[in-house]
Design a protein around this ligand. Structure first.
Ligand code: 13P
Length: 260
């Protein structure tokens, strides 16, 4: 049976102490769950990463960075190099989160440069894709998703694709003003994403790439989302930022999926 993926992006929340406390509690709470069954990952702020990497048992939780520059060094004030992330021994780099695209204006071509660079430096690479509410209203969601995937993964070999993860996060579903996608809508878009991945990398490799749903995941919709055939995991924001409710959400979702 395939693993279920559960992860959270801490965005610009939690200081160093709170991040480490949260991670240690999450590890304690979930220690008994077999990591053959689940992949658990957390993506904290840059300033918390070093302490987190040193103080958290990484056999139980993978750690990722929220962004990364496509160059190793140079005149890139304010950016973080892949070498700096390697120094921390991180597992994972997230590229193209909706807030990077829509608040900070990152383009598909920039995301592609970052994805290529992250893979070249050996990181598991989580590319986030998702249409805006306006794009959805114009009926071009599938085209937008396909463009983000085709450009974002341009030049990646099927061999490199073995280290890719994808998160589908419709922009209109994310955050305090977000409205979660219906289970049917999310499943349909995951099918579009999986079909595009097959075109890019062939079925054998594409079908191993986990595609996670994110955007107002909560205790109320986690179980119905995770039981959809094309949803491999849940990428959660607000509902995962306390260790106890996140642990409960994971256990409920696992039970709904017939695991554990
Ligand atoms: P919310 O679950 O808070 O909507 O955030 C989702 C998200 O952006 C995860 O990266």
């Amino acid at each position: 049976m395939k693993k279920l993926y559960f992860g959270t992006n801490l965005k610009m929340y939690k200081n160093i102490r709170d991040t480490v406390d949260y991670l240690q509690k999450l590890v304690e709470n979930t220690r008994d769950i077999s990591r053959e069954e689940i992949e658990l990952f957390v993506i904290p702020s840059f300033t918390s990463l070093q302490s987190a990497a040193e103080q958290v048992d990484r056999r139980y939780v993978k750690l990722g960075a929220q962004n990364m520059c496509w160059e190793e060094q140079g005149q890139f004030t304010g950016e973080i190099s892949p070498l700096m992330l390697q120094e921390l021994g991180l597992d994972l780099v997230m590229i193209g989160h909706s807030e990077r695209r829509h608040v900070f204006g990152e383009t598909d071509i920039e995301e592609n440069k970052k994805v290529l660079c992250a893979l070249e430096h050996g990181f598991t690479t989580l590319l986030c894709v998702g249409e805006t509410g306006e794009e959805k209203d114009y009926g071009i969601s599938n085209e937008v998703l396909r463009t983000q995937l085709i450009v974002g993964f341009h030049g990646i070999t099927p061999e490199q694709a073995k280290k890719l993860w994808v998160a589908y996060e419709p922009v209109w579903a994310i955050g305090v003003n977000g409205k979660p996608a219906s289970v049917e809508y999310a499943e349909e878009k995951h099918q579009v994403i999986k079909a595009c991945l097959r075109e890019l990398f062939g079925a054998e490799i594409a079908d191993e790439i986990p595609v996670l749903y994110g955007g107002s995941v909560s205790p109320g919709n986690a179980c119905s989302l995770i039981t959809q055939p094309s949803i491999d995991g849940l990428f959660t924001g607000r509902s995962a930022w306390q260790a106890d409710p996140f642990n409960q959400l994971i256990r409920d979702a696992m039970a709904a999926a017939g695991r554990g």
